[in-house]
Ligand binder design. Structure first.
Ligand code: CMC
Length: 428
C-alpha cells in the first residue's frame, strides 16, 4: 500500500505521498505542496530535508553505519584500495581485474598537467593557503579543456573529464604545497601507485629522490578511502547544486573544494590540531577547554566533535583512531597531542553536556594526528580531505546529471521591508 501523509491547512486537507528508500528510510514528498496550498517548507541548514534520492552512499547516523554502494566502510578500508573505491563510487560496482587495470592505467596516463599551470601557480604569493590554490587550479582546468564546458558534452567527454580530475588532483595538490614552501615543483611518476606518487610529488626535491615509505603510502590510501564519500553533506550538495546549472565538472569540484574548506566541515582537521596544540601549550588543561566548549557565551567549540547526522558514533572516527595507534607505532612516532586528544575524548564522552547532545569524535578528530605522523604539514590537512573526496564529488555530480535533476533553487521567507519609495540622498 502506498503510504501518504495527510495535512490540513485552512480547513483544506491534502495528501502527500511518502517515498521509501531501499533501507526503509522514509520521506514526505512535498514537491506539490506549494501548488496545492501556497505553503513552502522552512528548514534552515536543511536539517530535515532530503535534496535528492541517491544510490551512492548509505548512512545511518543512529546506528553508526556508512556504506558505499552497499559495501561497509569497515570492509572497504580493510580490503580495498582508493582507486578501486573510486571506481566503485563512480560506476556503481566493484571492478573486475581488467576493469581495474584499465581504470588505473587511464588515470596514470593523465597525471601530468599542462605546463601553463605552472605560470598560474607562480602568481600565488608564498603565504597562499593550499586550499585556495587548489580550488583555483582545478577551476583553471576549464581553460585547458574547454569542451568540458559544453552542456551537451558526450559521455566520452564526461568520462575523459572524470579520469583527468582523479589523475591530476594529486599533482595539483602537491604543487599547491610546493608553492607554499617555495620549493620547485616535482613532476608525477607513473611507475608509482596513486598514493605513493602523491607523496613523491610532495616530498621529493630535484636534488633528492624521496623513497616513499610503504607504511606511509598504505596509511594514506586508507585515509583517502575513509574520506571518499559522505552523501549529501555541505560540499557534496554544493557540487550537485553547481552542476545543476550545467556548469562543468571542474567548476563544480572547485566549488566543492571551497565548501569543504570551512572549519565546520573539512577544515576541522586543521582546526583540531591547532586546538590540541593550544591545549598542550596551556599546560594540557583539558578540563578548561571542555568548560569553554560548554559555555554558551564563549564561541569556542570542541573541534572534531559532533556531527549533523551521526548521533551514536562516527564509524570513520573509530577506524581512524585504531589506525592512528597502529601508524604511530609502525613509524615509531610519539606525538604528545595524541595524549591530549585521548584525554579530551575521555572527559567529553562522560560529560552530561556532550551526552545530552550526542556529541562524539568525528572523522577529523584523529585524522590530523595521522597526517602529522606521515609528515603532512597542518595547512595541507584539508587538501588531503579534498583529495579523498574527489571520487565522491564526481559520483554525486554524475548521478545528479544522469537523473537530469532540475536547477537547485531553494525558496525563502522574506522578512525585509515592504515596498517603499526611493528617497533622494539630500533628504535622508
Ligand atoms: N562543541 C561544543 N558544542 C557543540 C559542538 C562542539 N563541537 N557541536 C555541537 N555543539 C552543540 C551546539 O552548541 C548545540 O547546542 P544547543 O542545543 O545547546 O544549542 C548542539 O550541540 C547542536 O549543535 P548544532 O551546531 O545545532 O549541530 P549541527 O548539526 O548544526 O552542527 C557540526 C554539526 C559538525 C557543524 C557541529 O557539531 C560542530 O561545529 N562541530 C565542530 C566542527 C567539526 O568538527 N566539524 C567536522 C564535522 S565531520 C567532517 C565533515 O564531514 O564535515
Amino acid at each position: 500500500m502506498n503510504k501518504k501523509v495527510e495535512i490540513s491547512f485552512q480547513n483544506e486537507k491534502i495528501e502527500l505521498p511518502v517515498v521509501t528508500g531501499s533501507e526503509n528510510e522514509q520521506a514526505v514528498d512535498i514537491s506539490k505542496l506549494r501548488s496545492q496550498t501556497g505553503l513552502i517548507t522552512l528548514d534552515r541548514g536543511f536539517k530535515n530535508t532530503g535534496s535528492t534520492s541517491s544510490s551512492i552512499t548509505f548512512l545511518d547516523g543512529e546506528r553508526g553505519i556508512l556504506r558505499y554502494r552497499g559495501y561497509s566502510i569497515e570492509d572497504l578500508a580493510q580490503h580495498s584500495s582508493f582507486l578501486e573505491v573510486s571506481y566503485l563510487l563512480i560506476n556503481g560496482q566493484l571492478p573486475n581485474i581488467n576493469e581495474l587495470n584499465n581504470f588505473k592505467s587511464e588515470i596514470t596516463n593523465h597525471t601530468l598537467v599542462a605546463e601553463d599551470v605552472r605560470s598560474i601557480l607562480d602568481g600565488f604569493p608564498p603565504r597562499a593557503h593550499p586550499m585556495g590554490v587548489l580550488c583555483s587550479l582545478v577551476s583553471s582546468l576549464t581553460a585547458f579543456y574547454p569542451k568540458s564546458l559544453d552542456p551537451n558534452r558526450s559521455s566520452e567527454e564526461i568520462n575523459g573529464t572524470i579520469i583527468r580530475t582523479i589523475a591530476k588532483l594529486p599533482t595539483l595538490a602537491a604543487w599547491s604545497y610546493k608553492n607554499r614552501v617555495r620549493q620547485p615543483i616535482i613532476y608525477p611518476r607513473n611507475d608509482l601507485d596513486y598514493s605513493s606518487n602523491f607523496l613523491h610529488m610532495m616530498f621529493a626535491l630535484p636534488t633528492l629522490n624521496n623513497n616513499v615509505n610503504p607504511i606511509v603510502a598504505n596509511a594514506l590510501d586508507k585515509l583517502l578511502i575513509l574520506h571518499a564519500d559522505h552523501e549529501q553533506n555541505c560540499s557534496a550538495s554544493t557540487v550537485r547544486i553547481v552542476g545543476s546549472s550545467h556548469a562543468s565538472l571542474y567548476a563544480s569540484i572547485s566549488a566543492g573544494i571551497n565548501a569543504l574548506w570551512g572549519p565546520l566541515h573539512g577544515g576541522a582537521n586543521q582546526a583540531v590540531i591547532e586546538m590540541l596544540e593550544q591545549i598542550r601549550n596551556d599546560e594540557g588543561n583539558v578540563k578548561k577547554y571542555v568548560q569553554k566548549a560548554k559555555d554558551k557565551s564563549d564561541p569556542f567549540r570542541l573541534m572534531g566533535f559532533g556531527h549533523r547526522v551521526y548521533k551514536s558514533f562516527d564509524p570513520r572516527a573509530r577506524i581512524i583512531k585504531k589506525t592512528c595507534d597502529e601508524v604511530l607505532e609502525q613509524l615509531g612516532v610519539t606525538d604528545p597531542v595524541l595524549d591530549v586528544a585521548k584525554e579530551l575524548e575521555e572527559i567529553a564522552l562522560k560529560d552530561q553536556y556532550f551526552i545530552d547532545r550526542s556529541l562524539y569524535p568525528n572523522v577529523d578528530f584523529y585524522s590530523g594526528i595521522i597526517y602529522r605522523a606521515l609528515g603532512i604539514p597542518t595547512d595541507m590537512f584539508t587538501v588531503m580531505f579534498a583529495l579523498g573526496r574527489i571520487p565522491g564529488w564526481i559520483a554525486q555530480w554524475k548521478e545528479s546529471r544522469e537523473q537530469n535533476e532540475p536547477i537547485g533553487r531553494p525558496r525563502q521567507i522574506y522578512t525585509g521591508e515592504k515596498q517603499r519609495d526611493y528617497i533622494n540622498i539630500k533628504n535622508r
